[in-house]
Design a protein around this ligand. Sequence first.
Ligand code: FE2
Ligand code: FE2
Length: 279
Amino acid sequence: MSSLDEWEDDVLKRYPEPGNMAKAKEEFRNYDNPEVDTVREFYRLNHKYQTYENVLAKKDRFLKFEQKEMPWWAAMEYLNTLIDESDPDLQLDQLQHLLQTAESIRADGHPDWFVLTGFIHDLGKVLCLFGEPQWNVVGDTFPVGCKFSDKIVYPEFFADNPDTYDERFNTKYGVYSPHCGMDNVQISWGHDEYLYQLTKDHLPEPALYMIRYHSFYSQHRERAYDHLLNDHDQQMFKWVEKFNPYDLYSKSPVTPVVSELRPYYEDLIAKYLPETVKL
Ligand SMILES: [Fe+2]
Ligand SMILES: [Fe+2]
């Protein structure tokens, strides 16, 4: 993909804002364009290479958090160096997307930890700055170690994934058991799991579910993996569903001014998170 955000635009086509279907169709009706090919190519690579082994290897590499250490705000600015140069007019920079998501949550009167979650939820995309390919950072996430659901976008591309032919992994439950709970399930590697691991000791549990599963569309939109979730996951996924529209539909015509909002977000960071983040 030329742009990191193209998959997110594609998600918006798949899940248009309720009440805004006409506009969404109008805006995105041209499915016959090069953008679609880049999204397809993205998922071809993602589905081919997101194997059980890939997840374990990436966890081993990145969950030591030995890339960089800096204050949280500096990390947000660091993320923002990920600007899409191919399309500077159309794309929001990362910080704008995060501020707009967070400000919409705040405007609806949600608790401050929910606002903070909106603000940091994509920080894990710094993985791109550590040389990771896009297919290992963004895109829909899904369980590995069991059969890939045909509710996942472009399921046909799983034909190229070696796990599809591995008897340990290609049954309904694979290495898992019925309702074993998502905490026992390996999910494809990306910015969600990485940020969850970075924040898991600091935020309330609903925030952690939002962070960890916000790209797991085949579950929070399609319910394809109810057989792996336990009752507690089912309760917590209500928060993931609550979060998702803020992520998808909060693009605001008025651009938040970073310098004006910074003190508020610095306070929120100080309330919940340690002084520095080890990436
Ligand atoms: Fe995200
Ligand atoms: Fe996002």
